[in-house]
Design a protein around this ligand. Structure first.
Ligand code: DP6
Length: 320
């Protein structure tokens, strides 16, 4: 067993979203979800046992921060694997600086990989995915490269992600960094509220149909269908947030301007679609062939915004 173990996990963007939990403690979702892992954004995390520390300690981007979520996560290993002393976790997010892109998905996936190394667990990827899920649902998918599917399952054992297609289908995501002016609402809290929407059951039913269609579209490398389905799924997720008993909104005016700009590009005949998560940033789905042209159009029309192009990225890597 080495003294320090480091793991790198990339962030993923769901094309079919996870937006609701059947079991809050275990992060068992209400729907299966499907994502693409991105090459550009990742978290690199090192862990070591450190008995001189009074408690688990988290250094994130060179600053000591509140370790409670990490501590709760490490307690899962303490209760299921072996009791151990304090752990020093040093983590760095390689994501754009503007608000809202830091991801719990890559963080908990990287921490899972690093802990499995530190504890010599020799986990299969699907077992890692189960642990990562307990840290943050979307982290279950960041264990895998390219396209991953998180089968909802019904309990601790059956809810994990696996690789759906470990191939690059030349799908590009242009990430528009829109900084948040609205009050932040965590995904955990947001989905809890959205589940109370009268439209929630319909969203869940529709999601199952979209998942099937999405899988077929990915296997055909049909970027237009992938984009159309992802966009419908994501916008319907945000509709739930507006139509629940305590409505809330992740969009800013810029988010809305981007959505309508992208819609106009599609109407002109370009491949351009949006998908949006629990924040104001917009990810524009397009093809490798059209990415530069669309990026230029976006830059000309939104000179104040920062854009990054991302492609399909790799699965988790544990350094030995
Ligand atoms: C909108 O995985 O952050 O990005 O399980 O409560 O930590 P917790 O939630 P989280 O939710 C991600 C929601 C989403 C959609 C998705 O990634 O599927």
């Amino acid at each position: 067993m080495s003294d320090i173990i480091t793991a790198t996990a990339h962030t993923n963007i769901a094309l079919i979203k996870y937006w609701g939990k059947e079991n809050v403690d275990l992060n068992i979702p209400t729907t299966s979800s499907l994502s693409m892992t991105l090459d550009k954004f990742y978290t690199r995390t090192s862990v070591e046992f450190n008995n001189s520390l009074a408690q688990d300690t988290l250094i994130l981007n060179e600053k000591e921060v509140d370790p409670s979520r990490v501590h709760r996560f490490l307690n899962i290993f303490r209760s299921e694997v072996a009791d151990f002393g304090s752990v020093l976790v040093i983590s760095k997010n390689h994501v754009p600086t503007a608000a809202g892109l830091a991801s719990s998905a890559s963080s908990f996936a990287a921490l899972t990989g690093a802990m499995s190394g530190l504890l010599d667990l020799n986990l299969m990827p699907t077992q890692m995915s189960r642990y990562a899920r307990r840290g943050s649902g979307s982290a279950s998918r960041s264990i895998f490269g390219n396209f991953a599917i998180w089968n909802k399952g019904e309990d601790e054992e059956s809810s994990y992600a696996e690789s759906f297609l470990n191939e690059d289908i030349e799908l590009s995501m242009i990430v528009a960094e829109v900084s948040a002016t609205s009050k932040k609402m965590s995904s955990t809290k947001g989905m809890q509220l959205a589940q109370l929407s009268p439209d929630y059951a319909t969203w869940v039913e529709r999601s199952a149909v979209q998942l099937k269609e999405m899988k077929a579209a990915i296997l055909r490398s049909d970027i237009e269908r992938v984009g159309l389905i992802a966009q419908e799924n994501s916008l319907a997720m945000h509709d739930l947030n507006w139509n629940c008993p305590e409505p809330f909104d992740y969009f800013t005016d810029k988010t809305r301007e981007l959505i309508s700009f992208v819609d106009n590009c599609y109407k002109e005949g370009l491949l351009a679609f949006v998908t949006i998560d629990a924040g104001p940033n917009v990810k524009i789905i397009t093809s490798r062939a059209q990415e530069k042209y669309i990026l230029k159009r976006l830059q000309d029309n939104f000179p104040d915004l920062q854009f990054d192009i991302a492609h399909a990225g790799p699965g988790i890597r544990v350094e030995v």
